[in-house]
Design a protein around this ligand. Structure first.
Ligand SMILES: Cc1ncc(COP(=O)(O)O)c(C=O)c1O
Length: 439
């Protein structure tokens, strides 16, 4: 599977979160996609075991989204995002809020998950200030949390390589909860681990240290994705909610991965029964079709901003492309697909086949853990002398054999399509099984 176009200059493009030199020496290039497959430059098919980058659960180039975006492109390319509106932005906000847990009924559009996170943090700080509690300015993230790559997101995030280079420039007033993963206590858990719910009480320690009246917000991913699928222990999220309520702290769920079907519901509250104050989402919002993120907030938060003179801007924040017409068209088509094709239910009903296929790797040499929730799954490999090398070797060899599997260091990550059946999973895991012990 070679880069067919040998004359193409790969130098100028600085690729994100990619080993550029290694990639450019041996490119893994795709030129089109349909349904479950990419097509490589040489025309061979690559089965996608990651549905984009957690983005495209309803399948690549879904014809209804293609059509909607094409139509929109010919009708309204762009309209000024500040001080002008277009109907699709209002309609999409309404559709998304209809799916959100009760009481969460306002939606601010961004262009990515990272922007959604930084927007959410600003809204949380602004909300407290407007209530006359500007001293509530401390943000709490969690170790191993991923909240995108902007300064707010890496400050509350807990993934060391993302922070290391910028460690002197991170936001002040941030603390981190411990992550909830423990290999000894949780290895090979299916779904939510029994051990670890007590770790929510670490928030009480931060309350005791700073006084709860100084804490603005806690942000966590309901299921941590990028760090290798860390599933919340039984009772953990509910306990966080209770502690936040007790001390007037806002709870933000970063649902950039978990929203829109990935865990078998529109939002994580459908599975865990815990409702946050603010939700960030992106990816599945347009089925990955056009970049778009959103911040959803409770009515009370929105209303707090709507107090001053009526002709004054309430929040000095926004993006040129907030609510872009093409993103809205893609988002509305995605919402139709999710509703009309019963996509979330389908995702839920396919969880068991996925779980069984994943856990069939228990006992395979070098497999030290398997974990899953919804349609998020990880197989963790023992590191070799060079941490990450084994995972990367599986990723590259899988691609060579026609399968896209993502690795985060030595953790193989799976984010299958919502309609994946036994045949889809056999194709994925037969290939992984063949390769896993040859690297
Ligand atoms: C939980 C979470 N938050 C934020 C982000 C950042 O999103 P983006 O890459 O669209 O900026 C991601 C991306 O994977 C994510 O998983």
């Amino acid at each position: 599977m070679q880069n067919q176009n040998e004359n193409q200059n790969l130098g100028p493009y600085w690729m994100p979160f990619t080993a550029n030199r290694s990639f450019k020496a041996s490119p893994r290039m795709v030129v089109s996609a349909q349904g479950h497959y990419y097509t490589a430059e040489d025309g061979s098919k690559i089965l996608d075991a990651f549905s984009g980058l957690w983005t495209t659960g309803a399948g690549h180039c879904h014809p209804k989204i293609v059509e909607a975006v094409q139509k929109q492109a010919a009708k309204l390319d762009y309209s000024a995002a500040f001080q002008l509106g277009h109907p699709q932005a209002f309609e999409l906000a309404e559709r998304v809020c209809e799916l959100a847990p009760e009481g969460i009924n306002h939606c601010f559009f961004t262009n990515s998950g990272s922007e959604a996170v930084d927007t959410a943090l600003k809204i949380a700080l602004g909300y407290h200030r407007l209530r006359g509690e500007g001293h509530r300015n401390r943000l709490i993230g969690r170790e191993r949390g991923y909240h995108g790559v902007n300064f707010g997101g890496i400050s509350v995030g807990g993934i060391s390589p993302n922070r290391k280079m910028f460690s002197t420039s991170l936001l002040p007033n941030v603390d981190h909860l411990p992550h909830t993963f423990n290999l000894e206590k949780q290895a090979f858990s299916k779904g939510q681990p029994e051990w670890g719910g007590h770790l929510a009480a670490e928030l009480e320690r931060l309350v005791a240290l700073h006084d709860g009246s100084n804490l603005a917000a806690v942000i966590v991913e309901p299921v941590a994705g990028s760090t290798g699928i860390l599933v919340p222990p039984v009772g953990y999220l509910k306990a966080l909610r209770e502690i936040c309520d007790k001390h007037g702290i806002l709870l933000i769920f970063d649902e950039v991965i978990t929203a829109f079907g990935r865990i078998g519901g529109a939002f994580s509250s459908d599975r865990f029964g815990v409702v946050p104050d603010i939700i960030t989402c992106a990816k599945g919002l347009t089925n990955g079709f056009v970049p778009m993120g959103a911040v959803l907030v409770k009515d009370e938060i929105y209303q707090q901003f709507m107090q001053g003179p009526e002709n004054a801007i309430e929040l000095f924040h926004g993006y040129t492309y907030s609510g872009h017409p093409l993103a809205c068209a893609a988002g509305l088509a995605a919402m139709d697909i999710y509703r009309d094709e019963g996509v979330f239910e389908q995702a839920r009903s396919n969880e068991k086949i996925f779980e069984d296929a994943l856990h069939s790797f228990k006992g395979v040499e070098n497999v030290i853990d398997i974990r899953n929730f919804g349609l998020m799954g990880a197989i963790e490999l023992a590191p070799s002398d060079q941490p990450g090398a084994r995972g990367f070797a599986v990723h590259t060899e899988c691609f060579r054999q026609g399968l896209f599997v993502r690795n985060g260091m030595d953790i193989l990550q799976f984010s299958p399509f919502f309609d994946g059946d036994e045949d889809y999973y056999s194709q994925i895991f037969d290939t992984v099984r063949k390769i896993i012990n040859t690297v």
